[in-house]
Design a protein around this ligand. Structure first.
Ligand code: BMA
Length: 377
């Protein structure tokens, strides 16, 4: 059983609701459920860290899309508070994502998780709109999000670029999927969208050495303008994101602006002994910047890669506990992978994952359900 004193959280929420004005999402027309999500996350980030898992509801180590199944639930008896989903290849009009997950099933699971009162986040490893047009059978990541062979990609899809109309058609397909995310009453389901992620790295076509900071910012602004103003989507919280960084200046390179961004997030995997210190440093300046800008925060991708038995409780938890980190999300596991590279709870040392679950600092679905995060207080 969890020992978190929820009474204190409720008291705090009440004081915030009645005694002090909470910040609003960047979108001035955000739906009331989206405003509630924003404000609930804003308050909860000081009280506990929500656990999230990518594709948790879609497949696991040795199963593929079974109703209500979850490796997290299997390990600790509760769903993650945050369910992560991936939209790569929605831009192509495909039925399945780049990870072979059905978009219809993603939509169903988004509805189910919202109905349970959980938080939804989506990433988008979209193809490379410029190089994918070269049909030669080139090796490696040719034509994918990881194709960094040309530095002209972002400029080619911005207004005036030769691939601008193609990019518009991709955004149109993305928007169609988003417009279909409604609950049983037809209310749009609020979610966190984290496109063009890990900008500080140079492994995606929108990476820091592949486009200029101005182009990156313009790409963000164009995308948000399209979804928010052209398609009238007002149920989206936008997460800015980088890979590992060592300074605030590096973190904010290409930042598109407080008027469109809701969350300052970081991705960092454990690749060696220096992880704890590097994470501590980065979360220190990112969360303090987020607090001063009234934004949400998250460690939006992380995972264990060293085979450390006590990683959850001895490495991850002590660092994230020091800061107002809204959620921590471990990445997907490829189906039937022998070794968990991403921190899948069922595989990566389930005994220690229980310690992480039992910590009064962590929040899983049942904890978040009690908060009624979408309800106007
Ligand atoms: C990456 C890897 C890929 C996957 C992508 C999108 O980090 O897990 O295998 O296709 O995320 O989910």
């Amino acid at each position: 059983m969890k020992t978190l004193n929820l009474a204190s959280v409720f008291t705090f929420l009440t004081i915030c609701s009645f005694g002090q004005k909470l910040p609003l999402p960047a979108d001035k027309k955000a739906t009331k459920e989206t405003v509630m999500l924003y404000q609930s996350l804003y308050v909860l980030k000081n009280k506990g860290i929500m656990y999230g898992h990518q594709d948790d509801l879609m497949y696991g180590y040795n199963w593929w899309y079974e109703k209500d199944r979850s490796d997290t639930k299997n390990a600790v008896g509760d769903y993650p508070a945050v369910a992560g989903f991936e939209l790569g290849h929605i831009e192509l009009g495909n039925d399945r994502s780049l990870d072979s997950v059905s978009f219809d099933q993603i939509r169903e699971q988004i509805k189910a998780h919202y109905k349970r009162g959980g938080v939804i986040t989506m990433s988008w490893h979209l193809n490379n709109p410029l190089t994918m047009q070269i049909k030669d059978n080139l090796p490696g990541p040719h034509g994918t999000a990881w194709d960094v062979s040309s530095k002209e990609v972002v400029s080619s899809i911005l207004p005036g670029g030769k691939n601008h109309e193609l990019f518009n058609s991709w955004l149109e397909r993305l928007a169609t999927f988003f417009l279909g995310l409604k609950d049983d009453k037809g209310t749009p389901i609020p979610f966190i969208f984290r496109p063009f992620h890990e900008h500080s790295g140079s492994f995606f076509w929108w990476g820091t050495t592949i486009c200029t900071d101005q182009e990156y910012s313009a790409l963000w602004r164009y995308t948000v303008g399209f979804l928010r103003d052209k398609k009238n989507l007002h149920n989206i919280l936008y997460a800015y994101n980088t890979d590992r960084v060592t300074s605030l200046e590096q973190y904010l390179k290409g930042y598109p602006g407080d008027d469109i961004i809701d969350m300052l997030s970081l991705d960092m995997y454990d690749r060696g002994e220096s992880f704890g210190g590097e994470l501590d440093n980065a979360l220190g300046f990112i969360t303090s910047e987020a607090v001063s800008r009234n934004k949400l925060t998250a460690l939006s991708e992380t995972g264990e890669r060293r085979g450390m038995k006590d990683w959850w409780s001895a490495v991850l938890l002590p660092v994230v506990s020091k800061y107002p980190v809204g959620y921590v999300l471990t990445w997907r596991d490829t189906f039937n992978s022998k070794y968990s590279v991403s921190g899948n709870p069922a595989q990566s040392f389930p005994e220690d994952f229980k310690n992480f679950f039992n910590s009064p600092r962590t929040l899983f679905l049942k904890d978040v359900q009690k908060e009624n995060i979408y309800k106007i207080k």
